[in-house]
Design a protein around this ligand. Sequence first.
Ligand code: RM4
Ligand code: MN
Ligand code: MN
Length: 424
Amino acid sequence: MLLDKQLIEDKNKSLLSAHKRSFEFTADGVANLNQVLQKLVAFQIAIPSWALGTGGTRFGRFSGSGEPRNLEEKLSDVGLLHALNQSSGAISLHIPWDIPQDAAAIKALAASYYIKFDAVNSNTFQDQATQEHSYKFGSLQHVDKAVRKQAIDHNIEVIKQGVALGSKALTVWLADGSCFPGQLNFRGAWERTYESLQEIYAALPYDWKVFVEYKAFEPNFYSMSVGDWGQSYLYASKLGPKAYTLVDLGHHLPNTNIEQIVSLLMMENKLAGFHFNDSKYGDDDLTVGSINPYQLFLIFNELVEGMDAKGMNHATDLGWMIDASHNVKDPLEDLLQSIEAIMIAYAQALLVDTKALKEAQAVNDVVRCQEILQTAYRTDVRSLVAQARLLSGGALQPLNLYRQMNIRKELVKERGEKTVATGL
Ligand code: RM4
Ligand code: MN
Ligand code: MN
């Protein structure tokens, strides 16, 4: 389904005068308005190919309708999102959930929606019908060399798929670990994982990166072989300059200070980027900003401060991606909400008076530091984000337009009631 540009423009017209009023009100207090808007226009967040269908838990899955049945339809869904908000111009593929049969054709189709290919993801946490060895007891860490080789080969194959699509990074998330004390020799598991990662690293094209994602627990519940940023950092720093640590917001124990992790990783030039989501307990994969928007703002505050300190390009120097699962919402609506939450947090971070904050920090004026951060956080920046969308041809109100146009209904007509997308 293609969204007509003219239609978006027409819909925007009826909202324009109300938008103008709130935009002018907010814009009045923004010193570097044009710069902020330009940054918002440039900022793009990749959509994971596995999040376009309804997700589930191990207790069940309540599939929605009109879900994409193949990669082509997934691209079309991301195309829809991007047409609406002009901020989701990339897709991240999980292989083998989404294997392009004809890379050139898929690339051309993506280009017709103005979509690029973000990092490609390998999957050694599930057994595929065709594979010889099982990952039940791990993949890159496995005690059996043959299993490790199979997992390494799979990662190299994923790199090849990515090259054909124009991706520039491989994300490795390992479910490896142990469920019970004594099951695994920690050092042995670490060394085997490292050796396997070295082989994958050696297969990276010169302009590629590898992102080592960590996760505190699940599916293993006693130890994870890449369980926190320290372990990931250790792998990444030993592997070399093309290896980075990937932060997935849901992969921490409760109350972890993620913004501090981000700041230090950036300081060491080892932050790969993000998998955005939100959570109350663990890897809940909820809509970004639905539980703890203040934390998201604090993270963006560190990101902006850290990237500026290094003269980095906000839009392109780190990898921005959503990694969420939608069990009770329409996936496309959920993703629109997530993108909006990310843009809002980013816009708020851009409004932080960094000069004043530095001054207040230098004299230990703790009260003023908090005031400065919260002044930015409590600014209603929704009209700034909407203005950026307007400037780039998106919809002033993407979610409302999606509903007004009955897009899901149209997709159900096209794809059917009982369609289940690949993914978790
Ligand atoms: C994991 C992790 C990975 C994602 C899989 C599906 O928890 O977040 O990034 O690829 O889920
Ligand atoms: Mn993730
Ligand atoms: Mn996860």
